[in-house]
Design a protein. Structure first.
Length: 334
């Protein structure tokens, strides 16, 4: 007998994901290495926590389709709003199983247009609809629905405090993903960076990183309590209740504007050793990121520049799924 998980989540954790602009989403590569990127979370209608990735850059979804073990971390690195008045939010880790949805690209695109504009639409505020309609390379989406199996949270974001833990009771039903697309993958959009150090230099202004380890067969993403740069990488201190797990790791540095009008990302991967709450990371390489920083004009130039590259991939990715290119349609009122 299965259990309807959504009715049993800890209330404060569900509310946090509903209002959060960003969470860190971790999935596993073919060889079991974690890769973690910041994304915007949404609470799904079927009792899931959902994230999306662009149809033109589907790797986040394809990793989850191949290996459904994923994690979501909702962590506010700064803890309070600009005025300092908002109470500190909890830091929440969700570990679960993913279901990838791309069998109906038009429905997935319609949902993203509707929900993303409602939640984080500042970057498109004031843009005429005839221009928004041309952004199919961005709004065409694949959805990843995460069914929680375990939730760990640190009340008030206090990482020195023993966390609370919720485990899904009984057997949890996890729907199967939609079938994988046909044909070979498209080639990578760009060559990997040759040197990780300039990326680590950029990361210095982005606050404490999220580190993702692999523990008990699942990705384990946590906000670090401290991070010190070393010649080989970083020395980290983990939150209370989390033990160092040796092996492959991912470091994710991220900052964003209040309504996602700007963002900066740095993602480094490597290997960790350590014990207790101490973890030493030897960085091996940086991953290409897409940051939107600087003034509005500079951000728009970067955004539209990516569009020129990604537009070419839109038709090919839709064709791999045997579907027409989805259209960007104006959300209809309820």
């Amino acid at each position: 007998m299965t259990t309807p998980v959504s009715t049993m989540w800890p209330r404060e954790t569900a509310e946090l994901f509903d209002r959060a602009m960003v969470c860190e989403y971790a999935s596993l590569t073919r060889d079991g290495r974690p890769v973690t990127w910041p994304v915007t979370p949404y609470v799904g209608a079927a009792g899931t926590l959902d994230v999306s990735t662009g149809l033109t850059y589907p790797d986040k979804a394809e990793r989850a389709r191949r290996d459904p073990r994923v994690a979501l971390l909702c962590s506010d690195a700064e803890g309070t709003g600009p005025d300092g008045a908002r109470p500190r939010a909890p830091v929440v880790l969700v570990q679960g199983r993913a279901t990838v949805r791309d069998a109906d690209l038009q429905a997935g695109t319609d949902r993203y247009v509707r929900e993303s504009l409602a939640k984080t639409g500042a970057g498109f505020a004031g843009m005429p609809w005839f221009l928004v309609k041309r952004l199919g390379w961005y709004f065409a989406r694949i959805w990843v629905e995460v069914t929680p199996e375990r939730i760990v949270w640190w009340p008030e974001g206090d990482l020195s405090r023993t966390p609370e833990i919720w485990t899904a009771p009984g057997d949890v039903a996890v729907p199967a993903s939609d079938p994988a697309p046909a044909g070979p993958r498209l080639p990578s959009r760009s060559a990997p960076p040759a040197d990780w150090r300039p990326f680590a230099d950029r990361a210095a202004r982005l606050g404490e990183p999220v580190v993702t380890m692999v523990a008990d067969g699942m990705p384990l993403a946590v906000r670090t309590r401290s991070a010190v740069r070393t010649e080989a990488g970083f020395d980290l201190r983990l939150p209370a209740g989390v033990q160092a797990a040796e092996g492959p790791v991912c470091l994710t540095f991220h900052r964003h504007g209040p309504a996602m009008e700007w963002q900066e990302n740095v993602v480094l991967v490597g290997t960790a050793t350590g014990a207790g709450d101490r973890l030493g990371v030897r960085v091996e390489r940086a991953l290409n990121d897409w940051s939107l920083s600087g003034n509005r004009r500079e951000r728009n130039r970067s955004f539209l520049g990516q569009g020129r590259l990604l537009r070419k991939r839109l038709k090919a990715e839709a064709a791999r799924r045997g579907q027409p290119v989805p259209r960007v349609r104006r959300p209809q009122p309820d």
